[in-house]
Write a protein that binds this ligand. Structure first.
Ligand code: SF4
Length: 415
């Protein structure tokens, strides 16, 4: 490995970390001010935003310890056979960078991941050392998110959790067959075993904390994972089902979906094209339906096309479900319980809360609902109000064009 200074390492290792979506800020057009004109840059990698358990948006230094790896996962730009520039920080360099950025108020925490150097245990030791040194040597109180190496010794993973706020282990692919094909050195059982170990430690320490104030904390912001979308043949139905199982079995805080992006010198087993970014967006919406709208995983899967198992891209999954199961509508905004109101396309959790509060004082008319929501046009066919009943509208075969978002004419020369 050529001798690189810290700035060069940062350039390489912050760029390499951008493929991890577990705390992603979304992509944008490339701009910079290196020519002295203007201010700021969208190109410099390294700082991303994440949400703390209390809902605050925090900025994190997002880097890899190294982009060298002894594994050869086909979808990964850092795999052993990839022809990329390699770099490696020492644990103390990461500590120094984190503290320097923190003191300058650039960041509020660290997101640290790594390729696997020498062995899973050695890599995990290095990650733990960064977190240990920050917490114990420097009394660092900021946020730390550590990516965990599932094959590492459980004791090392446990130590990491004593220093980190959040831990994450990537399941990588939604199906066992996909994982075998694209990441042959990884093993679904070991990944899920490590996630199970994290769950046990999180619950045990939470429990101990209730009884003894002095009990140590363990990953108080919980654990999360990431799935790559579009690198294998898994359908949206497979992905939604896998995510639901993971939430259920391991009490994950979040499942992140990362649309596969083609990489240089890609392996022949990978698709040549990235999946539409809208697919990733629809999966996040499905995730939301399961976590905040009371949808069962099988109901979300039922919104997908029966033949392909894919969610529609042109409309959101809640609307797709409502159009498929019209007998569940219309819903009376003056009488229906919260869980039924949440099923109405266009009604978010806030709008439903507003409706529930307002109807305590008066019976709601269509105009009242319009004032409490963003778009009454989308909602109207699915509700009953004091002065409104959609008659046969909810049964109309041609309802979709009436409620689907209008297609926008793209600019011919848009980038
Ligand atoms: S183990 Fe991680 S860093 Fe290494 S090739 Fe696989 S995905 Fe990439």
């Amino acid at each position: 490995m050529a001798q690189l200074d810290v700035r060069q390492k940062l350039e390489i290792l912050a760029d390499a970390a951008k493929y991890d979506a577990s705390c992603a800020s979304s992509g944008t057009a490339k701009r910079n001010s290196r020519d002295g004109k203007g201010l700021g840059s969208t190109e410099g990698m390294g700082i991303c935003h994440a949400y703390a358990p209390d809902g605050r948006c925090i900025s994190l230094l997002k880097i890899l310890l190294t982009n060298s790896c002894i594994f050869d996962c086909h979808y990964c730009i850092n795999r052993k056979s990839s022809n990329v520039r390699r770099a490696r920080f020492t644990a103390q360099e990461v500590v120094h960078l984190t503290l320097s950025f923190y003191r300058r108020n650039y960041i509020e925490g660290l997101f640290l991941s790594s390729g696997i150097i020498a062995s899973p245990n050695y890599t995990m030791e290095q990650l733990v050392e960064v977190a240990r040194s920050l917490r114990e040597d420097h009394n660092f109180r900021g946020y730390i998110h550590l990516k965990t190496i599932p094959d590492a010794d459980p004791e090392l993973i446990h130590q990491a959790g004593l220093y980190a706020d959040r831990m994450s282990i990537n399941v990588e692919l939604p199906t066992v067959s996909g994982l075998k094909r694209l990441a042959p050195e990884k093993d679904n059982r070991r990944i899920e075993g490590a996630m199970g170990g994290l769950k046990t430690s999180i619950l045990d320490t939470r429990d101990a904390k209730k009884r003894y104030k002095s009990a140590p904390t363990f990953a108080p912001a919980g654990q999360s994972t990431q799935m790559i979308v579009g690198a294998d043949a898994a359908t949206d139905g497979d992905i939604v089902t896998k995510a639901a199982t993971l939430y259920d079995r391991f009490e994950l805080r979040r499942v992140y979906y990362s649309a596969f992006s083609p990489i240089p010198d890609a392996s022949a087993v990978l698709p040549l094209q990235r999946p539409p970014l809208m697919r990733e967006h629809r999966l996040y919406q499905s995730d939301w339906l399961m976590r905040f709208y009371g949808f069962e995983p099988k109901e979300v899967v039922a919104a997908a096309d029966e033949a392909t198992g894919m969610l529609p891209l042109d409309i959101d999954p809640k609307l797709a479900w409502a159009l498929k199961f019209r007998s569940s509508f219309p819903v009376d905004v003056n009488r229906a319980p919260r869980e039924l109101l949440l099923r109405v396309p266009g009604l978010g959790t806030k709008a439903v809360a507003n409706i529930l509060t307002s109807r305590r004082w008066r019976r709601l008319r269509l105009d009242d609902v319009a004032r409490l929501t963003v778009s009454i046009a989308k909602i109207r066919p699915f509700i009953v109000a004091e002065d409104w009943r959609p008659v046969a509208l909810a049964d109309k075969a041609e309802l979709k064009p009436l409620v689907a978002p209008r297609k926008q004419q793209l600019e011919l020369f848009a980038a």
